[in-house]
Design a protein around this ligand. Sequence first.
Ligand SMILES: [Zn+2]
Ligand SMILES: [Zn+2]
Length: 648
Amino acid sequence: MIAITLPDGSVKHFDAGVTPMDVAKNISEGFARNVISASFNKETIETGTPLMTDGSLILYTWNNDEGKKAFWHSSAHILAQALEELYPGIKLTIGPAIENGFYYDVDFGEHNITEKDLKEVEDKMLELARGKHEFSLREASKAEALDYYRNQGNEYKVELIENLEDGTITFCDHSTFTDLCRGGHIPNTGIIKAIKLMNIAGAYWRGDEKNKQLTRIYGISFPKQKDLTEYLQLLEEAKKRDHRKLGRELELFTFSQKVGQGLPLWLPKGAALRERLENFLKKAQKKAGYEMVVTPHIGQKELYVTSGHYAKYGADSFQPIKTPSEGEEFLLKPMNCPHHCEIFNSKAWSYKDLPKRFAEFGTVYRYEQSGELHGLTRVRGFTQDDAHIFCTPDQLDAEFKNVIDLVLYVFGSLGFENFSTQVSLRDPNTPEKYIGSLENWEKAEKAIINATESKGLDYKIEYGEAAFYGPKLDFMVKDAIGRSWQLGTIQVDYNLPERFELEYKGSDNEMHRPVMIHRAPFGSMERFIAILLEHTGGNFPLWLTPAQVTILSLSEKYEIYSQKVLNLLENDEIRALVDNRNETIGKKIRDAEMNKIPYMLIVGEQEEKDGTVSVRKHGEGDLGVMTLEAFSALIQQGVKNEMIEFNV
Ligand SMILES: [Zn+2]
Ligand SMILES: [Zn+2]
């Protein structure tokens, strides 16, 4: 008998040789029908693999990421099989599961494939899937595996196998198809009910442009047709909200090949939006006891050698800048923390001075490969809404609560209602991996959990996910169409105070090391604005949006009155503009709707005579005639309703 431990901690006994699917059936037949993959002692296995020892078994369904991975990995095999049947003689290379679906990189040789052909491949895949073929994994010797692909003339698989160790090589067979594969499949192909091949792209073998260019086919598959339909609808919606498209349409930011990839250029409207966001946070931070600091965009290489950033990222990032002086080297600032540590070091502190909270909208530069760059979410230069708190271990609890309050204030005022948090702690089994005393770690971990709990946040704990220098709390927000984005982080750090020899005099008159907290509620201005654009679809909250109001004159005759309305609104600090173009009112309204301006004021003869405006709301239509005072009050109330209270 072997003992199988399930995720809920229960232990069941079975004869050796029992398979994960047998265990699933033992739990319930209904559950077993949904099980599509499994892991044993943290290793991915097949649902039909016989279990021979005691261990921990996890059974996955479509609702788990691991289940989806097995589903899409298996779908890639079917794609390869379909391609081989339709295009004999092609050479298969690699075909992994990815975040959303799977792809296969293929050398099509003499064949030519275009997106028009994908439908035929999809149909072939569905036909093959319907055969309910089981996947079975078999071991092969290195010689045998090399032989198999040498006979096919597939130099790609031969190269892959040459880099594998004998005794670790497995093949996967299903139906008439065989592929080199490490395993992790669904029980049979019949579970795959809906398939969509998304697009074709070029990809170099092993990602190296010196190598041959292959054809990459991307696809996604689902256990139900309905899931595919919903996914395609979501993609459509996401396309409309793509921040790169909206950023262009709303004239917020641009990129220039001449300036350089991944270096955003903020246009006047975008810069104004950023400024409002910064001011909003600055005001809250001031209230919460932060002090603004400013540090340069570069620092001596030695600074980052001290901080450890150079050892970790130096080789793969922007290279040092040399000066005419021999041996002098500077680095573009990858993080603000080392600079802030030196600000702390500029003065002697007593425990009575702490906590010190230094904040900076600090621009940092990190090298990203050009293929990794994406709009504003992956860039090479960005501005963090950064701050570092230096405190005593006993102050951690209160500081953590304050930071959480600030983060919740930011989310609330920007309309992010759904979010979750993750607390990342040490792996208790490997204490040697972490810097800092056990006592301090316990204090810090307790402080994070206490603070998170006392704020009523929904959180999950991940053991072993903490950085070596301290535990952290991450915020993930769900946007309006259900996608999750990682936003702000609060991170405890015992490492940098050590490396920079930070000190304060304690009540015992001895010198002590402060604890450092890194925190950035937005993450970065670039990433945050991108997510806000995708969340709101460009319909920013009234308090933040570039123009709150546009005044549309019925004809040139009302230009003077339009100007008067504008001046009165500006006196009330309402952001307005006038559209006096010689266009029809219908066209002016359409353009204002396109630019997502929340309110339109139509002015003509009657309005001028009565000193009123006709109000239209974006996406809603006519709100009727109002006096200017009433309209101004409406905007001010609207802004007030959006901004939650920030009490510290
Ligand atoms: Zn496989
Ligand atoms: Zn930092």
